[in-house]
Design a protein around this ligand. Structure first.
Ligand code: SF4
Ligand code: SF4
Length: 299
């Protein structure tokens, strides 16, 4: 996976310099995340809100939260130090689209000072249909949606609640709305030509068998990559799954599922589950060089 032979030419053109989508590019191009989005509108049983959003980030990490202005200064500071900086993502620490004011203000500021930097964001998808036009307006070309189920019977074991239209909803009803919104959001991105990657967290005994169905559903709606990640639920993280003794998949179980989905579409196997404030080439983390106090000192 991760090469031109796997993708239609027009998609390869768009992703070949993107460190997260091309296995080749991730050695040569750098990306950074800015943690400007603290709130979240759902609860996942594998997430402890003390840490960054576990959908896109390595569990147990707390990123430094920035205002949009601090984020834009940080992007300039990083871009002048790391010339391979090509991609700026917002992936937390909560859900970027549960913080639309901060997220889109950050994109607006960055597109003014650094118009060549590609923008991306990740989301749980609940609010996505409401923001697709705004996403298109800022020319965000890559969106990651975490989709762990397409069946609310499965979903009710993963999501204890969602916050939707000013109400907290639970159980089957919550999971049904979440899956409808995720798939609608994916279709709307595809209609507008915005690349959509899907993340799924593999949870043995809960959604492991079901993810083959998820893979078909997202492929048929135009997702160009599917990234199946292992549940990491160490008890010390204090997540519902961690406290209940829910285990993550073994490496063999993960590979078997990825192989089963492989015939259907591009699978992504090099994701490092980076921090929400990651900086640098994938596999290297230079976030400690770019804390707010250091950036302010550079001015
Ligand atoms: Fe890329 Fe995955 Fe890291 Fe995001 S978390 S920057 S998709 S490797
Ligand atoms: Fe945590 Fe992200 Fe799930 Fe929100 S969407 S509960 S921040 S893992």
């Amino acid at each position: 996976s991760g090469g031109p032979e796997d993708m239609p030419a027009e998609i390869w053109e768009k992703v070949k310099n993107h460190p997260c989508y091309s296995e080749e590019a991730h050695h040569h191009y750098a990306r950074m995340h800015v943690a400007v989005a603290p709130a979240c509108n759902i609860q996942c049983n594998y997430c402890n809100r003390k840490y960054d959003c576990a959908n896109e980030s390595r569990p147990g990490v707390v990123s430094e939260r920035l205002t949009p202005e601090q984020a834009s200064k940080k992007v300039l500071a990083v871009a002048s130090t790391i010339p391979q900086m090509t991609v700026l993502g917002i992936a937390g620490p909560g859900d970027p689209l549960a913080n639309p004011g901060k997220t889109f203000e950050t994109f607006r500021l960055i597109s003014e000072v650094a118009p060549d930097i590609k923008l991306c964001l990740s989301t749980n998808g609940l609010a996505l249909p409401d923001w697709v036009d705004e996403i298109a307006k800022y020319k965000v070309d890559h969106v990651t949606i975490t989709i762990n189920m397409i069946d609310p019977e499965v979903g009710q074991h993963i999501y204890p609640w969602i916050f939707w239209e000013n109400k907290r909803l639970q159980g089957y009803e919550a999971a049904k709305i979440l899956t409808e919104r995720q798939l609608l959001g994916l279709e709307m991105l595809t209609e507008r030509g915005i690349l959509a990657k899907i993340n799924s967290v593999m949870i043995p005994g809960i959604n492991d068998k079901h993810l083959v169905e998820v893979n078909k559903a997202v492929k048929s709606r135009g997702a160009f990559l599917h990234n199946i990640m292992p549940l990491i639920s160490a008890p010390e993280h204090g997540t519902v799954f961690g406290l209940n003794g829910q285990r993550g998949p073994t490496a063999q179980e993960l590979k078997a599922l990825q192989d089963e989905c492989e015939g259907d579409m591009n699978m992504m196997r090099h994701c490092r589950q980076c921090r929400a404030d990651a900086v640098g080439l994938l596999g290297e983390d230079r976030s400690a060089e770019f804390t707010t106090d250091k950036i302010m000192a550079m001015e």
